[in-house]
Design a protein around this ligand. Sequence first.
Ligand SMILES: CC(C)(COP(=O)(O)OP(=O)(O)OC[C@H]1O[C@@H](n2cnc3c(N)ncnc32)[C@H](O)[C@@H]1OP(=O)(O)O)[C@@H](O)C(=O)NCCC(=O)NCCS
Length: 184
Amino acid sequence: MRANHRKQEDQLFVVRQLRPSEKPLFRDHLLRLDRESRTDRFNGGTKDEFLISYADRSFSDGTSVIGVVEEGQVIGAAELHEKPDPDEPTAEIAFSVEREWQHRGLGGLLFKRLIQTAVGLGYRRLRVTTHANNAAMKALAKRFGAKLTFEFGETVGLIELDDPELFSLPVQQPESNLDYREAN
Ligand SMILES: CC(C)(COP(=O)(O)OP(=O)(O)OC[C@H]1O[C@@H](n2cnc3c(N)ncnc32)[C@H](O)[C@@H]1OP(=O)(O)O)[C@@H](O)C(=O)NCCC(=O)NCCS
């Protein structure tokens, strides 16, 4: 399913699952992440070589990758990794939005789309891990009902997918990217 989200009267953000042939778009998105975003996303391991092999792995191990596709480039991504759990089908999720696109609502769009994908795949629970100072990720996870706990120096968010309120959450409208382009 492809989701289009209006960003201005006549323009749309495209948020959709990436096809296997689009691995290079995901890889190039990861490589465009600035140092701080790489650290926030991966808690270390931020060299280009690591990101290239991470993209390879993600497209060969069954990970679902959802992208915000803008003019042929992926500018933000959400990943859903199967995490074997004997009791509940559980997925580990992760997000990345390129610096110049952050804080415009794209994280929220990706989260909403990722929940639809997770439900479609039969997952019952999502788990997101981030470092304790990642205010944006913690705010985002909270908005989607995550119960946050602190484990081994990291913040872990758990989302139960049987909560009907999840599907009625409003998503902040992203700002226009025309403003960004004109300003730069
Ligand atoms: C975390 C991340 C994905 C959020 O994406 P985004 O597009 O910037 O998110 P949004 O614009 O949808 O905002 C998400 C929430 O964070 C809040 N937020 C944004 N920046 C913030 C900041 N610097 N401090 C506190 N809160 C912040 C927003 O107000 C919003 O809160 P709300 O849901 O209560 O309204 C993005 O910042 C990112 O890629 N960071 C680097 C990688 C990373 O940290 N990944 C998470 C680990 S898996």
